[in-house]
Design a binder for this molecule. Structure first.
Ligand code: HMG
Ligand code: MG
Length: 331
């Protein structure tokens, strides 16, 4: 390279160092990231994303090292039109687990009709999604919270008999836009029901992003008191008030090692007033790698993928890490 070429070479943040790892006490060596961008992220987009773009997004997320990528939902197409193409998407993903050993591609399933559709498309991992509050159960599932539990029971039983792994989501674990603060006992009661019906993992959702770290520790203590092993719990934070990373660190300190996040910070929930994007996977990876915690994710490649997706969506990613790394690159 000539000196002129050197002078013309813009500093590229993606060529700069990633965080210098410094371990902190009381934290795990490794964290499993449950990537929800293609589902939780895209379910909330106002425009419909073409199925081939979704398939490429998921393929890229697998290629950067993510080993759990929630692909889509088999919900009623009128309730979530953004994911109405689940049947078209699944065959396009069929070769990914072979190309990326260990890759799981869970799909959301609310009822037996959804399970039939998921099984017909060879899903190996599904997730049911309950609510810790009455109002959200009615708005999201058209049922009371208890009726929703009754709807999930045969889904979990049949899926388990078919060798399919079932995750349970519980929404509104910290606050509900219609009901306000949600008591810990109420959350623990519904969470335990999901585990007892056969869900292997329980993801605790701060659907509207109102939690703060003390609440996270208190809820996890509530589950510990109910004898739920912490390795069966995951956390699912939305970043409405900028608390998602602090809440994640609080959860890691309590022993949680599975964290949900969304590439580029895409997301929200079409049936939850004020739900904004999820914790951005890049922001999470930056913090985890900075703490010397392994994720298996290539951060630079992930940022490039979210930059690519942001172009497809026609707006910049809300992830601070994506902005910092790509913003510098573009000068
Ligand atoms: P419903 O209207 O009560 O359904 O909706 P139904 O059981 O009365 O059935 C009515 C018709 O819908 C029937 O057809 C069914 O076959 C059909 P008909 O006989 O009238 O011709 N139907 C379906 N069709 C296709 N696929 C299905 C299906 N189910 C019924 N699966 C239902 C109840 C649960 C289906 C509806 O409320 C629904 O689809 N809700 C999904 C809402 C959703 O996806 N929300 C976003 C995901 S949750 C979330 O984002 C939170 C999370 O990220 C964690 C967090 O942040 O907290 C997970
Ligand atoms: Mg969510």
């Amino acid at each position: 390279m000539t000196s002129q070429e050197t002078a013309a070479h813009e500093p590229d943040a993606l060529e700069l160092g990633l965080p210098d790892p410094v371990r902190a006490p009381g934290l795990p060596e490794e964290v499993r990231i449950h990537e929800v961008g293609p589902r939780d992220g895209l379910q909330n987009e106002s425009s419909l994303v073409p199925v081939e773009v979704k398939a490429e997004f998921i393929g890229r997320l697998a290629a950067v090292g993510l080993r759990t990528v929630e692909a889509t939902s088999f919900v009623h197409p009128k309730w979530v039109p953004q994911l109405a193409d689940a049947e078209e998407l699944m065959p396009r993903l069929a070769d990914l687990p072979e190309r990326h050993p260990g890759l799981r591609l869970p799909v959301l399933v609310p009822n037996e009709r959804g399970l039939d559709r998921a099984l017909a498309h060879h899903a190996t991992d599904i997730a049911v999604f309950a609510s810790a509050t009455e109002t959200f159960a009615r708005r999201n599932l058209n049922r009371s919270a208890d009726e929703a539990m009754a709807m999930f029971r045969p889904v979990v039983t049949r899926a388990t008999e078919a060798g399919v792994t079932v995750r349970g989501y519980l929404s509104m674990c910290f606050g509900d836009p219609w009901e306000g603060p949600v008591p810990v006992d109420q959350v623990v009661r519904y969470g335990v029901q999901l585990l007892e019906m056969g869900c292997t993992e329980l993801s605790l959702g701060d659907t509207i992003g109102v939690a703060t770290p003390g609440q996270v520790a208190a809820l996890l203590a509530g589950f510990a008191k109910a004898d739920v092993p912490v390795d069966r719990l995951a956390v699912h934070f939305h970043d409405t008030y900028g608390q998602a990373l602090s809440n994640t660190l609080a959860a890691l300190r309590e022993g949680v090692t599975t964290v949900d996040a969304s590439a580029g910070g895409l997301g929200g929930c079409p049936y939850a007033k004020s739900a904004t994007g999820n914790l951005a996977t890049e922001d999470l990876v930056w913090m985890l790698h900075g703490l010397g915690i392994r994720t298996g994710v290539d951060l630079r490649a992930l940022v490039a993928t979210s930059g690519w997706m942001a172009e497809r969506l026609g707006r910049p990613s809300p992830s601070r890490t994506v902005q910092a790394l790509l913003g510098t690159t573009r000068g």
